[in-house]
Design a protein around this ligand. Structure first.
Ligand code: FEO
Length: 394
């Protein structure tokens, strides 16, 4: 990684992690990621904005040497998660007079997760500011993008917003600035779906605040820097809206093809009714692709056989994930097959208490589906169609 100027006095000094394939062992990263960090040099003082993941300290410090940084007054920790704070203990050793700037909750987490010396931390509140001389840092508390302590840092003189996870993307790319490409759109959406989706009402609030600042540049902590903020702001408006699209997502698993046959019947029936549909075979599907479609889906139908007495574990996993992500879907159903009993449908519904979706009568059949069962699946498609029609989606 090299040091690159964003505007005069502000450089990017973070690192690219080209080969990372998963985050938190939860989200697959097909395009790697970056840990962005920045240096802001005022006429009197110098601040670092965020650090990098543990294991990348050497590259980060090399960048600081290349940028000829010989003293640091402040290290701003917009977010305590270790991909941004991992190198903080080493930085504090390297710059023994530097203060860590964070929120009250950020302090609590830095003490807990990184054992940072309490005396080194200076807490800021919403809209507090610190002068660096001819540049100022203003801190906006924005909890839940992505943890409860998150904040963003605004430099008004240059209209640069350091937004940490907000507006980020797991995209390892050599260009510093966003090209607003399909690739970036895909990775920004994947990131939003996996990280921000549960907090969309907060995100909408924060978009309003960010728009009121009219930033020239949004510099997130992952992926390209946005020098055309209107593009990413409009993407966020769309992703965080409460209204879904004319889309049914069908995550399914099938052991002996009975559930698969029902899914295929439902897919065909929905297509015939003019409804977009995305079936995901949970044996091979990317979790983050499902998360992205949950951003748009008005209806979710889980397909699962009964394993012993409940849903297949892969279906249980996706139900649990949906409960965490709290997608905007308004309708939910289950299809599948069982051989000797169990309480699969109820068990799945119990795994998603945070979804406020209406349950459409499941189609859960004994054994291999025949004409009567396929007719029930087509009736489910009719019920979905009616509801999409009620929402002016078809
Ligand atoms: Fe990129 Fe929530 O850390």
């Amino acid at each position: 990684m090299v040091v690159r100027e964003i505007v005069s006095g502000i450089d990017a000094v973070g690192v690219i992690d080209w080969h990372r394939v998963s985050f938190d062992d939860l989200m697959d990263l097909p395009e790697g990621t970056t840990y962005n960090a920045y240096i802001v040099r005022g006429s009197e003082k110098t601040a670092l904005i965020d650090t990098v993941e543990l294991g990348f300290e050497e590259e980060y410090i090399t960048n600081l040497i290349r940028a000829k940084v010989d003293s640091v007054d402040y290290i701003v920790a917009n977010h305590a998660e270790q991909d941004h704070s991992g190198a903080l203990p080493m930085l504090l050793e390297l710059f023994p007079t530097a203060k860590v700037i964070t929120t009250e909750k950020g302090k609590e987490l830095l003490l807990l997760l990184l054992l940072v010396d309490e005396d080194r931390i200076q807490v800021v509140k919403d809209r507090d500011s610190l002068s660096l001389g001819d540049k100022t840092m203003v801190f906006y508390s924005m909890p839940w993008v992505h943890w409860p302590e998150t904040m963003v840092t605004w430099v008004p003189e240059d209209r640069v917003l350091f937004s940490c996870d907000l507006f980020g993307s797991h995209l390892a790319a050599s260009p510093l600035f966003s090209d607003n490409s399909c690739r970036l759109q895909q990775e920004g959406k994947r990131y939003y779906a996996s990280i921000m989706q549960p907090f969309r009402s907060k995100v909408r609030e924060y978009i309003d605040i960010v728009e009121s600042l009219s930033p020239a540049i949004i510099a997130p902590s992952h992926g390209p820097v946005h020098n055309n903020p209107a593009w990413i702001l409009s993407q966020y408006r769309e992703w965080s809206a409460e209204e879904g699209k004319n889309l049914v997502v069908i995550p399914f698993v099938s052991m002996h093809d009975s559930t698969r046959m029902m899914v295929q019947c439902l897919v065909d029936a929905l297509i015939e009714r003019g409804i977009e549909v995305r079936p995901y075979d949970l044996g091979i599907a990317s979790t983050s692709m499902i998360a992205m479609d949950l951003l748009d889906a008005t209806t979710i139908v889980v397909g699962t056989p009964t394993v012993l007495f409940g849903p297949h574990p892969k279906a249980a996993h996706i139900a649990f994930l949906a409960n965490l992500l709290k997608p905007k879907a308004r309708y939910l159903s289950v299809i599948g097959s069982f051989a000797w009993g169990g309480k699969t449908v109820q068990a799945l519904a119990d795994m998603m208490p945070k979804l406020t979706a209406e349950i459409i009568e499941p189609v859960y059949v004994k054994g291999k589906p025949g004409e009567q069962e396929f007719a029930a699946v087509r009736k489910l498609a009719d019920e979905i169609y009616k509801r999409h029609q009620d929402n002016n989606l078809v």
